[in-house]
Design a protein around this ligand. Structure first.
Ligand SMILES: *Cc1c(COP(=O)(O)O)cnc(C)c1O
Length: 371
């Protein structure tokens, strides 16, 4: 039986914007041009303007955005790249795809993002870059992270896949480091109707290299200068993103409004820790994530009551089998491991209704009243 209150429902979004979407897709179909055309070019300009960067390059997905951003900046084999231990494993996969070695550093237990002191402690003579993640839509502690990076000459690649439009000290994510990676996976704050991603940067050389790398390493047609890959943002997805971008502000406001309703409704539940944004940051709540030692029981209870939840993420990335060769032991990133056992994402997508959020709050309060 599918839950009465889901974690996401893209049909609700499509119901509201389908005339615009249908028209945009038809425009592409009637033009008969599907790869690297005017929709991609226009979206790149619109996305760069939105993020406040000089360049944006559309790519096939967020993992390749990380991978190609690193490669374009000259990070690869023999280099170490520090990533947080609590994130989507795709952050570290992007590093590995570039040929570099991910080094996992612990997260701060309050904001769940990369801890600048753990970053400093993870640096070796081979460290070339750091990939802070704006996890759940919460900007990472960029001031402290960039200070450490500057001191050690590290490249800063933001993983902004969960934080489209979030701000830190007044600046949008994507413009806070040297280069940034976005995913437009359908359920992200800005999502395509398929796979899509983008790299943003002010650095013209890096931008030019990402452009070549995404298209087989070509600088000019049929002149393959380096071993690139095939990772292009297609015209249909770019057209969909161009329709959705003007809605992003309202959708993020709704996410923040839902978070405020949860914050108020759950304020008196002492056994539950609610999300906290750092000072002077605007969280965009890709997920509304609480933590509690009763996580699994709460999740079962909500499931029985027809409320879907998710766990982001059930394991630190450093303990995933894919990275077993790196030799991380349980206990090596204790904050990430404790969070992995305690975090629970509650439904908080923009089209969730106020009566639905009230129902979830009622159920969570009732659960804790019984425990
Ligand atoms: C979604 C996501 C990615 C990967 O993006 P894809 O488009 O699925 O390749 C990378 N990092 C984070 C933090 C993500 O949430």
């Amino acid at each position: 039986m599918s839950p009465t209150i889901p974690m996401g429902d893209l049909r609700r979004e499509y119901d509201r914007i389908h005339p615009e979407i249908d028209q945009a897709i038809e425009r592409v179909l009637r033009r008969g041009w599907f790869i690297l055309g005017q929709e991609c070019e226009a979206f790149e300009a619109e996305w760069a303007a939105y993020c406040g960067t000089a360049h944006s390059i559309g790519v096939g997905n967020g993992t390749d955005a990380i991978h190609l951003a690193l490669r374009a900046a000259g990070v690869g084999t023999g280099d170490e790249v520090v990533v947080p231990a609590l994130t989507a494993a795709f952050t570290a996969l992007g590093v590995a795809l570039a040929g570099a070695t991910p080094v996992f550093a612990d997260v701060d237990p309050v904001h769940c993002t990369l801890d600048a002191a753990a970053l400093a402690a993870a640096i070796t003579p081979r460290t070339a870059a750091v990939v802070p993640v704006h996890l759940y839509g919460c900007p990472a502690d960029m001031e402290a992270i960039c200070q450490v990076a500057q001191r050690h000459g590290l490249l800063v690649v933001e993983d902004a896949a969960q934080a489209h439009g979030a701000r830190y000290q007044g600046t949008r994510v994507g413009a806070l480091g040297d280069v940034a990676a976005f995913s437009f996976y359908p359920s992200k704050n800005l999502g395509a109707y398929g796979d899509a991603g983008a790299v943003c940067t002010d650095d013209a050389d890096v931008a030019q290299r990402v452009r070549a790398l995404r298209h087989g390493g070509q600088r000019a047609a049929y002149h393959h200068e380096f071993l690139g890959t095939n990772s292009r943002l297609d015209e249909i997805q770019a057209a969909v993103l161009r329709v959705k971008l003007p809605h992003l502000g309202a959708w993020n406001r709704r996410r923040r409004n839902l978070a405020a309703q949860y914050d108020a409704g759950l304020a008196e539940v002492a056994a539950l820790t609610r999300p906290v944004a750092p000072a002077d940051a605007e969280h965009v709540y890709h997920q509304y994530v609480v933590h509690t030692s009763l996580r699994d029981a709460l999740r079962d209870y909500l499931d029985g009551a027809g409320v879907a939840t998710s766990i982001h993420y059930p394991s630190g990335v450093h303990l995933q089998p894919a990275f077993a060769d790196l030799g991380y032991e349980p206990g090596s990133c204790p904050n990430a491991e404790k969070l992995a056992a305690e975090v629970l994402s509650l439904p908080a997508f923009p089209q969730l209704t106020t009566s639905e959020v009230k129902q979830v709050i009622r159920l969570v309060r009732f659960f804790f009243a019984m425990h």
